[in-house]
Design a protein around this ligand. Structure first.
Ligand code: BGC
Length: 351
């Protein structure tokens, strides 16, 4: 009995010692208000812990000052690596400088840290590629290369402090611009510059109220034989949900709602796709991004060179990066992509 007790005690001591010596990784996430960051945070925590790290995971409620103080605490708590999904990529230079002085390795997660030399690596999806897929979807859906018809389009972008937002919009716009120039696509509101179409904090309600204003201002008689909106190019799902809600409130139904693009395969957006209220989304498997980031953390702490397949200019230097591949998603492939892969259960999608 005594022997067993001693063994149990020794084991407990071992576990305590191991966790006392485990390297700490700080994971700073922007907000819990959007589904994807909850998944990103949970995946990062689970995969880092499985790799033997201690994890300090924080969400900052889209509040830059709160994110700064969370990062300060991570430095104080001796985190060896900081994985940062920023709220405003250009607002963290000072605190990142403190982290570098303390010897931390800094990885920008999904969103680039800009205007700073204090970042080591970046893991993300091909952000310009996301926008291109959205633009190409519209191009193919309306056969823009061959048609003589004219279609109307309105754009909804993301948060101006998020470096990704400009890349998403740029990717889509570069595909569609020739058709705008040729008059095959017409943006009746005339709002085609990023600052006109941006959505602070990627907020659904803000995207909704901007679309309300566009519909009443530029497409008021759409449902009584007047000018109808054909395409709502939205950079992601949270904005697509706001735009879809606005259109439905205006009286559009699944039968005549414009083609709405999105990104993330949020549950609410996949449910909208199933109901005919959003046409497509982009699947960015958060499990893959977490796995790639954890592999990078492991390599760096072991003194090995991490896998790099891209660079991103952050205004100060070309940040060595790893781009995961975004995948097009719609009703034709969601079963395989989202259900068979275990990303969602049928119940989660209301099936
Ligand atoms: C991410 C998108 C996300 C958006 C809003 C972007 O930085 O890349 O996947 O939809 O933020 O959270």
């Amino acid at each position: 009995m005594k022997k067993i007790l001693a063994l149990v005690l020794a084991l407990a001591l071992c576990i305590t010692c191991a966790s006392a010596f485990a390297d700490k990784v700080g994971v700073a996430m922007p907000t819990q208000s959007l589904q994807r960051w909850n998944q990103d945070g949970a995946n990062m925590k689970e995969q880092l812990e499985a790799a033997g790290f201690e994890v300090d995971l924080q969400y900052a409620n889209n509040d830059v000052a709160m994110q700064v103080s969370q990062i300060e605490n991570m430095i104080l708590n001796d985190c060896k690596v900081l994985v940062v999904a920023s709220i405003d990529g250009g607002a963290l230079d000072t605190v990142l400088g403190q982290a570098k002085d303390a010897g931390c390795i800094i990885i920008a997660y999904d969103r680039l840290l800009t205007g700073t030399k204090n970042v080591d690596y970046y893991t993300t999806f091909d952000n310009y590629g996301v926008g291109k897929i959205q633009g190409q979807y519209v191009e193919q859906k309306f056969d823009l290369a061959n048609t003589d018809a004219v279609y109307t389009i309105e754009f909804t972008g993301g948060d101006p402090g998020d470096n990704n937002a400009g890349l998403f919009f740029g990717g889509a716009y570069d595909v569609l611009k020739p058709y705008l120039d040729a008059g095959k696509l017409v943006c009746v509101s005339g709002q085609v510059n990023f600052d006109q179409i941006a959505t602070p904090n990627w907020d659904s309600a803000k995207a909704q109220s901007r679309m309300d204003a566009i519909l009443t201002g530029y497409y008021p008689d759409a449902l009584t034989g007047g000018q109808k909106l054909d395409i709502a190019l939205c950079s992601n799902d949270s904005t697509a949900q706001g735009v879809s809600a606005s259109l439905q409130q205006f009286g559009y139904t699944a039968e005549n709602i414009p083609v709405i693009t999105g990104q993330d395969c949020d549950k609410a957006s996949v449910i909208n796709m199933l109901a005919g209220l959003q046409a497509m989304s982009i699947f960015k498997d958060t499990r893959t991004l977490a796995a790639q980031t954890v592999a990078m953390v492991k390599d760096l702490l072991a003194g090995n060179a991490p896998e790099i397949n891209a660079t991103y200019d952050n205004g100060v230097f070309e940040v060595p990066s790893f781009n995961c591949t975004p995948v097009f998603a719609d009703l034709d492939n969601y079963q395989e992509l989202l259900l068979d892969s275990g990303y969602y259960t049928a119940e989660e999608l209301g099936l």
